[in-house]
Ligand binder design. Structure first.
Ligand SMILES: [Zn+2]
Length: 300
């Protein structure tokens, strides 16, 4: 169920980290399945957010394929006891102290999964003790619950990328809330966790969309355009050339070419002294209301 196979159509990104006083090159990309226009700019980010939870979902292919049908049948009432090790691992990862005001941090983010290549990616990240953030869709969470639990158990962070990957600016307020809530519910049922941050599909949002949640909306400062190129060498080159301390890099783990690019990315950035952190770690556990947007303070 590759609902995330639709290409990301990045709209905006770029900002100045308020708290940690880190400045990242802003990237505004307007692309329609191809040509992109890059523009630079900065914006101030600040404030925090609270999680909200609601929604529903249904079981998917991995649950039956991997003998987890029991979970799929009752997954909306998933056992807290069963999930304790996963939750403990996640808490442990969140508690890992990384001061990105001092360390050279980079946040690798992977959208649209989980999917059939995510396990391979998890192995690559583990080889470099790298933490990452996965902006998952609710539909794929339900399709691949085991992969999602392995992702959390490995210490990675989960973000909400909606239930079905729509352009939220085209939905009603209730529609936006339902997309976010249903994805939250799917993640919570499988892992016991609620994503702390949101990434709207295609990076598309407006004031009406932002009013529907108080959680941070996290964009990116480096777009690898991996969905467009489908070329491991290009993806790796873009990430390695563009990275700066404080970068949030956008990838999609539903593309095998992206996953194959990661060893090179991890190796090169490790050599340069980067620490691979989750989005929450990057912002000291308290991501700003809006991360990397052209909007700046006026939109906060
Ligand atoms: Zn996406």
């Amino acid at each position: 169920m590759n609902i995330g196979a639709r290409p990301h159509r990045p709209v905006r990104a770029g900002a100045k980290r308020g708290k940690a006083r880190m400045i990242a090159t802003a990237v505004l990309v307007t692309a329609s399945c191809g040509a992109g226009l890059l523009t630079a700019g900065t914006g101030t980010v600040q404030a925090a957010a609270r999680p909200d939870v609601q929604g529903g979902g249904r079981p998917g292919p991995e649950s039956s394929r991997t003998g987890l049908s029991g979970l799929s049948e009752t997954w909306s009432k998933a056992s807290t006891a069963l999930l304790q090790p996963v939750i403990a691992a996640a808490e442990g990862a969140r508690g890992r102290p990384v001061d990105c005001r001092r360390a050279k941090c980079v946040a690798l983010t992977f959208d649209d999964g989980p999917g059939q290549y995510t396990d391979a990616l998890l192995r690559q990240l583990a080889a470099y003790r790298a933490r990452a953030t996965f902006y998952v869709t609710g539909q794929n969470v339900v399709a691949y619950p085991g992969i999602l639990r392995r992702t959390v158990a490995a210490g990675h962070e989960l973000g909400n990328h909606t239930w079905s990957h729509p352009n939220l600016t085209r939905l009603s307020a209730a529609g936006v809330r339902a997309e976010l809530a249903r994805a939250d519910q799917a993640v919570k049922a499988v892992t016991g966790l609620v994503p702390r941050t949101i990434r709207p599909p295609y990076g598309a949002f407006n004031t009406a969309v932002r009013r529907q949640t108080s959680r941070p909306m996290v964009m990116w400062s480096v777009d690898t355009l991996d969905w467009l190129h489908r070329d491991s060498a290009k993806v790796a080159k873009k990430a390695i050339k563009s990275v700066r301390p404080g970068s949030v890099i956008l990838f999609h783990d539903i593309h095998p070419t992206t996953v194959r690019a990661m060893p090179q990315v991890l190796k090169a950035l490790s050599k340069r002294g980067y620490t691979f952190v989750t989005v929450s770690q990057m912002f000291g556990g308290n991501p700003p209301r809006l991360v990397y947007s052209r909007g700046g303070a006026g939109l906060l």
